[in-house]
Ligand binder design. Structure first.
Ligand SMILES: *Cc1c(COP(=O)(O)O)cnc(C)c1O
Length: 522
């Protein structure tokens, strides 16, 4: 088989040495897909444009003389190429996606249909405000429900992902400290060791020093240890609730009180809001700022399927520092306040941190998230949260038979296991996950959170039926039994049925080969 400079097969081979090798490189319906530049050639293009006649060349001698190397394929070839590419990725539309922390839930088609309405999909971001009143109203209505669900007085709609929402919240905290004249002294941000990597990254980005809050043996924040770390140099704490071990922080009110007493702010990472939506209002817990991942809690497609969106709710204390743009309603007309100066004149967010994004945020995601909320209703959003927790506990209860839960007791929306059940088997978490691929499952989140050895974090969400969960659990139980029966070789070889085996992901990330070189130039 001939390889290109990226190490990918380009042409069929002629010597098959093993039973699983094929002449084409294809394995049944898994088609080896060469780059479009390798299969096509420009003369083979399906489009013939007539030479323009009687038109003077106005390029002033700058006309390109050589070809620029565009690929050329017929229409069916082009279509097949892209359809096959679209099938290379695993997707929530193909099967369960148990990635803990990522909340891969079903994206209802109703939401997709609404987002594609021309009145939303075809808007130009620079259209005059008078022409997009409906879109502004939708942003305002979604903002209303986010404030209602969280019990918070203000929300910044423009952040484009969870991490961006964290930046928004921490910048507001920084601005509030500046206004208090304490920015030079309050330099520490406390975060649990189990925190998502974006938390410390955001704090550092904002110029703070991050310190770990230890966990107690139940996997939650150690309140006494936290209190010891508090002082007048603490700017904020960043705590996820439910936390990244899938557990509700029972002391959350006491944590908030202690931080406020010490003069700090409480940033809550709301990525796990899907477990408590319409059950718990973060505003009642003493939260000052919290991002909501619309793409997790409210089902808007993410990962390969769409962009994120991270509206950030703010407390009374932080609302004056909210970023532009935001929507205000005045006598039935919606206005977009787009700058710090306009915000000041409006008297709302009078000390705004300024613009956080170009334009208004992820409009398509706003439409989908509002459609999700309104089609579920209050009771439906609550039931989605309850079903997500029920499903995770079902998985926990069934897998307990062969696998080792990291902590005792019930979980919230995700079930966390460690690798004790693999002890002395020669199988590691990564091998176990790769063997799941052969069984047709996308692996769960591995090695996160860092506080649990060989962590395996499973989040079924409310999307999965009992039948689907049972098959998933049966597959994992069977793998756990095989690992313990001494079949380490099976696991170390996995995946054997996938088109590629184990990739060197570190090398791929550190030394990506992004440029294809034509064979003649190699
Ligand atoms: C997903 C996630 C984030 C980051 O959100 P993005 O939208 O991916 O930027 C932060 N914290 C936790 C706990 C998460 O699960």
């Amino acid at each position: 088989m001939t390889m290109n400079n990226q190490g990918r097969p380009t042409r069929a081979g002629d010597v098959m040495t093993t039973q699983t090798e094929t002449f084409t490189g294809n394995k049944a319906l898994q088609i080896e897909e060469a780059l479009i530049f390798e299969t096509g050639d420009f003369d083979g293009t399906g489009v013939d444009l007539p030479e323009p006649e009687g038109k003077a060349d106005r390029l002033g001698g700058l006309k390109r003389e050589s070809r620029i190397g565009l690929p050329g394929l017929s229409e069916p070839e082009t279509m097949r190429h892209y359809v096959r590419l679209s099938q290379k990725n695993y997707a929530i539309d193909m099967g369960p996606f148990p990635l803990g922390s990522c909340t891969m839930k079903h994206n209802p088609r109703l939401n997709e249909k609404l987002a594609r309405l021309p009145g939303f999909a075809d808007l130009h971001p620079l259209a005059p405000q008078s022409a997009v009143q409906g879109a502004l109203e939708l942003i305002d209505e979604l903002a209303f429900w986010l404030k209602e669900l969280t019990g918070m007085p203000a929300v910044a709609m423009s952040p484009k992902a969870g991490a961006h929402g964290e930046l928004c919240g921490m910048m507001a905290i920084k601005a509030a400290l500046e206004a208090r004249g304490e920015i030079a002294t309050r330099i520490r941000v406390l975060a649990p060791e189990s925190a998502h990597g974006t938390n410390p990254a955001t704090a550092v980005q904002c110029g703070f020093k991050v310190e770990n809050i230890p966990a107690d043996k139940t996997g939650r924040v150690d309140l006494a240890a936290l209190k010891e770390k508090l002082g007048d140099d603490v700017a904020a704490i960043m705590v996820t609730n439910p936390n990244t071990c899938g557990l509700f922080e029972r002391d959350i009110r006491a944590i908030a009180d202690a931080v406020h007493e010490a003069g700090g702010y409480f940033y809550c990472d709301g990525a796990n809001f899907n477990a408590i939506a319409a059950k718990v209002r973060p505003g009642d817990l003493g939260v000052d700022a919290m991002h909501i991942n619309l793409h997790k809690t409210f089902s808007t497609p993410h990962g390969g399927g769409g962009p994120g969106s991270g509206p950030t709710v703010l407390s009374e204390a932080l609302a004056p520092f909210a970023p532009a743009p935001f929507v205000v309603r005045d006598n039935g007309t919606y206005h977009l306040i787009e700058s710090r100066r306009a915000a000041k004149a409006e008297g709302e967010a009078a000390a705004s941190i300024g613009r956080l994004t170009a334009f208004h945020g992820q409009m398509g995601m706003f439409v989908r998230a509002l459609a999700y909320m309104l089609s579920h209703g209050k009771d439906g959003v609550r039931q989605a949260a309850e079903d997500a927790v029920l499903n995770a506990n079902y998985v926990l209860a069934r897998l307990k038979a062969e696998m080792t839960p990291a902590f005792d007791g019930y979980c919230m929306h995700e079930a966390l296991f460690d690798d004790r059940f693999l002890k002395d088997t020669g199988v590691e978490t990564v091998d176990f996950a790769k063997a799941m691929i052969d069984e047709g499952y996308h692996p769960m989140t591995m090695y996160f959170p860092l506080v649990v050895h060989g962590a395996m974090l499973i989040e079924p969400t409310e999307s999965e039926s009992k039948g689907e969960l049972d098959q998933f659990c049966d597959a994992l139980l069977s793998l756990a039994k095989r690992a313990r029966a001494g079949e380490a070789d099976h696991f170390r070889a996995a995946p054997v049925h996938a088109p590629r085996r184990r990739l060197d992901e570190t090398a791929a990330a550190r030394k990506p080969v992004l440029r294809w070189t034509p064979p003649a130039a190699q």
